[in-house]
Design a protein around this ligand. Structure first.
Ligand code: C5P
Length: 401
């Protein structure tokens, strides 16, 4: 995943035990394609060595205002052309100095002199975090337009338990990636369905399909990154899928059957600007779900199925319909079937993919079908594809030029 290709990040590291996590953070950012300029405070070098970051980032590591560069202007030059400064971990002392505009080391000086966004990931003992002084500083930094990432709650290095743990490296990478995304859907409300439905036959059995929900969850995240307020109606996705989702991008409503999904969508629909139906909704459900387990014995067993409501078609047919996007997962004749669905359900946009390319996996290959024709997106991981779909939606909705 090269989500940071062409990006340059200044990573500030201050003196807390969470500094060891900054090594993994550097590795993940470099792996995702970023150029990482590491700046350490003097205290940080007591926890981790500059050599570690030199090796991981493959670039010079800056530790002092007096580090020799060509012009003696590292505090200015480092942020010129950078996409963001991320300080992780950010200690209580660093936050205090930043709040008050102090410039008494290289990191605070370059933060004052920066011309790019600044994000900080606090990390400290829970008592330090709860101190009125720290809370005042964090409120002031937020008011000054500085993004605060975390902290999380949990076990701390000192043995105490509470709020103040730095977010994990992957969480910080995800938060930074989200922060850097364009925001064409700011002020918009987006409703999505995701995952399979489960149609009960008896108390333990049912009809379902192999949809993992990953594409829908990735789209929910991409919509949130683009600035939208997101509601996600999720079918019966697995526990691991729920963990992948991390839970923080959207208001999430869990449902099991198609009928429940329909009810949840209709209840959440008023005021939505966009509806994206990603769920693999079962077309049919058993006419009756028996109260008790069906016993074996008979040589043949017939199950009567009745059609489920088509949620997307119902939403798209409403006079106050939001901008509706459908998915067409086909095993062949993609263009023909996807266009057919688009016309039949009167949708401005259908995202088509071949099931062999996407269902259940982490990657996908999709083609977008709209009034202007077919637009293939580059194959890739589902989050990258979701971002491509979101920018296409924003263009069709004239949110971006
Ligand atoms: O007609 P088909 O089921 O192939 O259309 C797929 C699209 O319609 C997907 O966007 C899917 O989420 C949506 N759909 C729905 N309710 C159904 C069946 C499909 O919203 N009962």
């Amino acid at each position: 995943m090269s989500h940071f290709a062409g990006k340059r990040i200044v990573l500030g590291i201050t003196g807390g035990i969470a500094a060891y996590k900054a090594a993994e953070l550097t590795r993940l950012l470099v792996k995702a394609g970023a150029a990482v300029d590491v700046v350490m405070t003097e205290a940080a070098t007591h926890f981790v060595s500059a050599v570690t970051f030199q090796a991981l980032a493959g670039r010079n590591v800056w530790t002092s205002l007096w580090d020799a560069d060509q012009r003696g202007m590292a505090h200015i030059d480092l942020t010129r052309g950078a996409d963001a400064v991320l300080v992780a971990p950010a200690t209580a002392d660093f936050l205090a100095r930043l709040t008050h505009g102090m410039a008494n080391d290289l990191l605070t000086t370059l933060c004052q002199a920066r011309d790019c966004p600044l994000l900080v990931a606090p990390a400290m003992n829970r008592q330090m975090w709860e101190q009125p002084a720290t809370q005042r500083n964090v409120a002031q930094l937020t008011a000054d337009g500085i993004a605060i990432l975390g902290p999380a709650a949990g076990e701390q290095a000192c043995g105490e338990v509470g709020e103040g743990r730095m977010l994990e490296a992957q969480e910080l990478v995800d938060a930074l990636a989200a922060f850097l995304q364009p925001k064409p859907l700011a002020g918009k409300k987006v409703l999505l369905t995701a995952g399979p439905t489960f149609e009960a036959l008896d108390p333990v059995r049912g009809l379902t399909n192999t949809s993992s929900g990953k594409m829908g969850f990735a789209l929910a995240r991409a919509c949130a990154e683009a600035g939208a307020e997101v509601t996600l109606v999720a079918g019966s996705v697995s526990e691991s899928q729920s963990r992948w989702y991390a839970g923080s991008y959207a208001k999430r409503i869990d449902v099991i059957s198609a009928l429940e999904m329909r009810d949840a969508v209709m209840a959440a629909l008023p005021g939505q600007d966009v509806f994206i139906a990603v769920a693999a909704v079962a077309d049919y459900r058993p006419a009756v779900a028996t109260e008790h387990k069906i016993k074996k014995g008979a040589q043949t067993l017939s199950i009567e199925l009745v059609a489920n409501p088509d949620i997307l078609a119902e939403v798209a047919a409403r006079p106050d319909a939001p901008f509706c996007v459908g998915f067409a997962a086909e095993s062949r004749n993609l263009a023909e079937y996807a266009e057919g669905k688009r016309k039949a359900k009167k949708l401005p946009l259908v995202v088509g993919n071949l099931v062999q390319d996407g269902l259940g996996g982490d990657t996908n290959r999709v083609t977008l079908f709209d009034d202007a024709g077919a637009h293939p997106l580059p194959a890739g991981d589902k989050l990258g594809i979701a971002r491509g779909i979101v920018s296409h939606i924003a263009r069709l909705m004239k949110c971006i030029g």
